[in-house]
Design a protein around this ligand. Structure first.
Ligand code: NAD
Length: 423
């Protein structure tokens, strides 16, 4: 059972949800009208038609998007998703999100996102490859290591990145590894990329526990979603002495007050299993899982999971937003009143884009770092960013969410002021 059915209608639009936070932060920053208007609009929106010859020889034309939201601070950075439901509005929102995320962790990228309206489950590998290559060719005019660097997102993976790199390189007449991140390690991917988002969640959770004066040892952690982000965050939190008492996937939640055997759960999932068939605890609904008594809740599955409907019943003291947009704007105020400390998504899950930045740097210098170096530098960026956000929270007496947006908007606006307007 998911919560999605019960979400109040005014809470489902992620663009409006994000922009309501943007507006509040812009107002508190006293952002002038001109800059506000610049930052409220995407820089570039490209819509392309992608003809693909299907396996039955029929030609089908798919629609693709690529949006650069803002590139004041550097090349546009953001994933590409393949989904039957993707829309230009959604891509625009996600591109804006990437702009703020890169600014919060102070990496020199702007924000972008791309999408192709298709159902990859109904396509063969050959069809997907052709779709990817033709989409790449159609958006090539705005791609480039200095202009726009894509990455994987929903339903795209290392293989899709390899096809994009190969297509771009064929046109450039030489191998351009820095055109995408999230590549296979063998062709220029970075060590530590796969774990980066979950590792970042663990690092800011540790900071938040310290900041809240809560002991790390034995802190009870509940994780919604047991995919890349959730399972890594759970494993790394447990390695630091926390006790993971709840995990879930789309089939069920699993609750065990003595601590879940995460190795067994990971083995089970790696072997193709779902948690419904996992015996490591009591099975509970995902909605119930979110309301468990714990110190840390890590929603790492979907957007819109904590709404004004269930926020009053959340018992966690800290929420670390592994997923993008798991908490609605209406729920923010309720959690703030309850004194729940929220580590906002644009900070909590920025470990992924941070190591993507490391991948791009390594590609450009042609020298590859050890896993230790990647992890050490990731830690430095995540911890410093957490501290930057805390300083804003205290100096402006605002929630960490508002502080994140203020910090990000301030950084992007500052560069706009320095650069001025080309006329
Ligand atoms: P994933 O596909 O690897 O895992 C998603 C997990 O969520 C799976 O265990 C799935 O079963 C579970 N899930 C799906 N529907 C659910 C439901 N209704 N209730 C409970 N669980 C459900 O995805 P991921 O890469 O781990 O990403 C998770 C979230 O983190 C997404 O919001 C994604 O946008 C965000 N994110 C991911 C990265 C990254 O580097 N992977 C970076 C930033 C943000």
């Amino acid at each position: 059972m998911t919560l999605t059915k019960d979400i109040p209608l005014d809470e489902v639009n992620p663009f409006e949800s994000m922009m309501s936070r943007f507006d509040r932060a812009a107002e508190l920053l006293d952002l002038d009208r001109g800059l506000y208007t610049i930052l409220r609009n995407p820089e570039k929106q490209l819509i392309v038609s992608i003809p693909v010859r299907r396996d039955d020889e029929e030609i089908q034309v798919f629609t693709g998007f690529r949006v650069h939201y803002n590139t004041a601070r550097g090349p546009a950075k953001g994933g590409i998703r393949f989904s039957p439901d993707v829309t230009l509005e959604e891509v625009k929102a996600l591109a804006a999100w990437m702009t703020w995320k890169c600014a919060v962790v102070n990496i020199p990228f702007g924000g972008a996102k791309g999408g192709v309206v298709c159902d990859p489950r109904g396509m063969s590998t050959r069809e997907l490859e052709h779709l990817t290559r033709r989409y790449t060719a159609e958006i090539m005019s705005i791609l480039g290591p200095d202009t726009d660097v894509p990455a994987p997102d929903v339903n795209t993976n290392e293989q899709v990145m390899a096809w994009i790199m190969d297509t771009y390189s064929a046109h450039a007449r030489h191998t351009v590894t820095s055109i995408v991140t999230g590549k296979p390690i063998e062709m220029g991917g970075s060590l530590g990329r796969r774990d980066a988002t979950g590792r970042g969640c663990m690092l800011v959770t540790l900071e938040a526990l310290r900041q809240q004066g809560l002991p790390v040892e034995g802190a009870r952690v509940v994780v919604q979603g047991f995919g890349n982000v959730g399972s890594t965050a759970a494993r790394l939190c447990a390695q630091r002495g926390m006790k993971v008492v709840g995990i879930s996937d789309f089939t069920t939640g699993v609750h065990n007050e003595d601590g879940i055997d995460l190795e067994a759960a990971e083995d089970h999932v790696r072997a193709g299993g779902v948690l419904e068939d996992f015996e490591g605890g009591d099975h509970i609904a995902n909605a119930e899982l979110l309301e468990l008594d714990c110190e840390v809740l890590i929603p790492a599955a979907l957007e819109n999971q904590i709404t004004r409907a269930n926020a009053p019943r959340i018992q966690a003291k800290i929420i670390c937003e592994g997923a993008n947009g798991p908490t609605t704007a209406n729920a923010d105020a309720i959690l703030e009143d309850k004194g729940v400390f929220v580590i906002p998504d644009i900070l909590a899950n920025a470990g992924g884009v941070t190591v993507s930045y490391f991948e791009w740097v390594q590609n450009r210098e042609g020298y590859y770092w050890s896993r230790e170096r990647v992890e050490k530098r990731l830690k430095k960026i995540m911890v410093n960013s957490f501290k930057d956000v805390m300083r804003y929270t205290e100096s402006h007496d605002v929630s960490p969410r508002t502080a994140c947006y203020m910090l990000a908007i301030d950084r992007v606006a500052f560069v706009h002021r320095l650069r001025g307007i080309y006329a």
